[in-house]
Design a protein. Sequence first.
Length: 594
Amino acid sequence: MTMTDRPKLRSRAWFDNPDNIDMTALYLERYLNFGLSLEELQSGKPIIGIAQTGSDLSPCNRHHLVLAERVRDGIREMGGIPLEFPVHPIQETGKRPTAGLDRNLAYLALVEVLYGYPLDGVVLTIGCDKTTPACLMAAATVNIPAIALSVGPMLNGWHKGERTGSGTIVWKARQLLAAGEIDDAEFIRLVASSAPSTGYCNTMGTATTMNSLCEALGMSLPGSAAIPAPYRDRQEVAWRTGKRIVEMVAEDIKPSDILTKPAFHNAIKVNSAIGGSTNAPIHLAAIARHIGVELPLKDWETEGHKVPLLVNLQPAGEYLGEDYYRAGGVPAVVNQLMGQGLIAEDALTVNGRTMGDNCRGVAIEDEKVIRPFAEPLKEDAGFIVLSGNLFDAAVMKTSVIGPEFRERYLSNPDDPEAFEGPAVVFDGPEDYHHRIDDPSVGITPETLLFMRGAGPIGYPGAAEVVNMRPPAYLITEGVHALPCIGDGRQSGTSGSPSILNASPEAAAGGSLALLRTGDRVRVDLGKGTVDALIAPEEIEARRAALQAAGGYAYPASQTPWQEISRSHVGQMNTGAIVEGAEKYQRIAQTRGLP
Ligand code: FES
Ligand code: MG
């Protein structure tokens, strides 16, 4: 392609606009002040943003500060000009009250940057859980050429000869601590062993999930998602990503060309095969709404439930990030699904080729880590979507139902997919932590644990707290998991078979607010229902009483954004986005500029 064939660059409106020479001069002068030249800025070279999510506050993504140098090299090599800028930090483990609150804040801010500055294309530096959806959501809204670069997972963690995986080891260590088998110092040593290098969680938590799904959507280079952060291959793919975005600008490949409905369905299938996180439906719904694709929650069941689990990573399996990469990563998984006709092969990807062309024939290099389709770890490993008289929609990751849970709850030969028991209800994580080990609460192996007040409004941003452990006195008796149901989220690193993301949440008028400790609740996984066994008149009487008392109470906002978010955020079944933001689509044409 020659210079004259190229589409008119968006950045020309700032830097090379003869109709508005006074503003052009003003725009130019400040970008010259750190050493760029007029010759560069007026040469017709594309200006490429590097949306930098790494910082000292964001350890998972911090290695992007290093990788950005190779991204810049790649951009320069292809004749582009890199301009790096910060994205609002979102550290999953560090942000209080929850990183979930900041996904939409980072999204809104990145939209303003991509819309309001002279950028022709952007490299999105993704990694830690919410950084991936925040960046993809913003790229979807503005719709300038965009490519994502994963920072990659940490190296495998080890402790006494065993793999210790991010997050997953915490759930195990908490049980050991609660049972008195380790002390506080050993608890910290065990947890820290899972984080041996720079990078994000090495388990199939939300980060590995979302980075894999970003590649499955076609938004990052094939084979790039699984490369561990410290590997030299990660540096190389940073350079190739920088090169490729310059070509994408010339070819005018935009997010709307890639993020199509078949691409989302590909991602749902891949999510089942990798054993992906229950946060994925929230984030994919958000990305889909911002690009204008219909993706109802039910699609996770109809497209994804029948797909088997192929990737043997913790928490559903045994291995970790390095093993996933060596076994072939996302392309090897996609190739297995393609063999069964499960993938829309003609979906376009950022490299200008189709998903089918990228992944066809990619072999599995280690069948212990990625199983062939014919020998899966589990059949029907996708999510099921549940509803009933307590909520309209919730999801459950069936791939993590273990033998102990199956034996205790799903072994009635007359009713093998249903169970019921008395509810114990907690109002937020503080209430749970305060009371879980109190024997007077009366938790037994038959109890169903409920968590409410933990949704996008109740615990602003939605807390990852529904996966509750049993009381210590039951753990010592060998009860390692009770059924958990709630209007919050669950960490992707947890292996708990919980019913999550219940919408609408108690704080938004959902009927979970009406449940009382002692009510019996029936769960039918076959029918996809969760129902409190309470008469409809009783439910209505409780609703009237709650409304008369002013509705479900939750703690007051503590920051301006918490308050703003609470008044605008939607529910998790529809992506928990800033409602109304979805009407702004394909806004790359900036006001006041030709
Ligand atoms: Fe950042 Fe898991 S905490 S990826
Ligand atoms: Mg998380």
